[in-house]
Design a binder for this molecule. Structure first.
Ligand code: PLP
Length: 393
């Protein structure tokens, strides 16, 4: 039996999503830009999906317009659009300052480095224990700070940033500053009051049981009014001119279906993640081996679906492959960092020593997980500790 515990890398697609996408592929296959009935119906799917998703992002009771959501090919593209689209926008940002958290996802960090290479003023803020260093942040904020990007939930550690505090500090320095938040790992898992002050939000379908290859960028009315976003992809002018290219209609409908599923089961999902987190921490503690260190802090506001653990003395890849042989699937750092074979920048900023980074694994839960998955994980780690460390002697 499979025990998939790598849901922050991607989640298995939900049955209701697959059903919806199949319906669109077979019946509603028109191009939304076509002027006939099939095009109209496809466009209607997009508009309805936007309403569903926008209602989960905008402050309760507030109105929104459909041009506040821009569908993209993934979360990475949405953050590229937010950052590079802002830098190149009418707001004339050359010479102004951009601030980023040091533990942001590669899709944000690498945009920031690109801006730096173009001559923009860019500051990176460290995140010891996973949270933005607020003193350092305050010292970097200046009147010419025009853009701040901070993620809600870190994908490697599950640490949660206080976006509203980050936003209000930035606005005290410059009221026109634009706040971007990478919400990918927090979307549909936290109340919107925790990120309601952001001007732009990045989301991705495949982290919540939707299909891979669909993301979106939410932009506030202020962003539109200030004309603070320009496209980075040019063509037929779809998505109100912000993102050209024929829309992935089935994927978009699947994304909205996944959002509905999470909305309808919200308290059950929160309870499940809380329970799996508690159970994992307790059972790992019961092994009573001091080589097991849980890195994710147990703060009041935390992402229960992600736990980062170091198993001292056993390299991450060795443990990962051992667990994989038992059909227990976890990751070492983030899936993206493991591609590049470099030591995780997140865990470095977090404050872990190199040898602990090299032995860390990330466990992440999804809605399909059960107590049996945690049992299999914990006995796998226990067995791994016994076999792998004795093999090294
Ligand atoms: N941001 C965070 C925090 C992520 O964890 C990920 C994916 O792992 C992304 C952005 C990128 O999303 P996508 O895979 O849709 O490009």
């Amino acid at each position: 039996m499979e025990h998939y515990l790598d849901n922050s890398a991607t989640t298995p697609i939900l049955d209701c999503v697959l059903k919806k996408m199949n319906e669109i592929y077979t019946e509603n296959y028109g191009n939304p830009s076509s002027l006939h009935e099939k095009g109209y119906l496809a466009q209607k799917v997009i508009e309805e999906s936007k309403k569903t998703i926008l209602s989960t992002l905008t402050p309760s009771g507030s109105s929104f317009t459909s041009n506040q959501l821009i569908f993209t090919s993934c979360g990475t593209e949405a953050s590229n659009l937010a950052i590079l689209g802002f830098a190149g926008s009418k707001a004339r940002n050359a010479g102004k300052k951009f601030i980023f958290g040091e533990t942001e996802h590669a899709s944000v960090i690498n945009c920031a480095k690109h801006l730096e290479s173009l001559g923009y003023k860019v500051a990176f803020i460290p995140s010891p224990k996973g949270k933005l260093d607020m003193e350092r942040y305050a010292s970097e904020l200046t009147q010419d700070t025009v853009f701040v990007s901070a993620m809600l939930v870190n994908n490697e550690t599950g640490a949660v940033n206080n976006i509203n505090e980050i936003a209000s500090m930035a606005r005290a320095a410059n009221p026109d500053v634009i706040i971007h938040c990478d919400l990918v790992q927090g979307y549909m898992k936290f109340p919107k009051s925790l990120f309601s002050s952001a001007d732009m939000l990045t989301i991705s379908a495949h982290k919540i049981g939707g299909p891979k290859g669909v993301g979106a960028l939410y932009v506030s009315g202020k962003v539109l009014k200030l004309r603070a976003l320009s496209p980075v992809m040019f063509g037929g002018g779809q998505e109100n001119g912000f993102r050209s290219g024929t829309e992935n209609v089935a994927g978009i409908a699947g994304f909205a279906e996944a959002v509905k599923y999470y909305s309808d089961h919200s308290s059950k999902i929160t309870g499940l993640f809380e329970e799996l987190n508690r159970q994992t921490r307790t059972m790992l503690g019961q092994i009573g081996d001091e080589r097991i260190v849980i890195n994710t802090p147990e703060s009041e506001i935390r992402a229960d679906h992600i736990i980062n653990v170091t198993v001292r003395g056993i390299r991450s890849e060795t443990m990962l492959h051992f667990l994989s042989s038992k059909q227990v699937y976890v990751s070492s750092g983030s899936a993206c960092a493991s591609n590049t074979n470099s030591r995780s920048h997140v865990l470095k900023s977090f404050g872990l020593e190199d040898k602990d980074i090299d032995s860390s694994i990330r466990i992440s839960f999804g809605v399909q997980n059960t107590k049996e998955d945690v049992d299999a994980l914990v006995s796998g780690i226990q067995e791994g500790l016994a076999t792998l460390s004795s093999r090294r002697k």
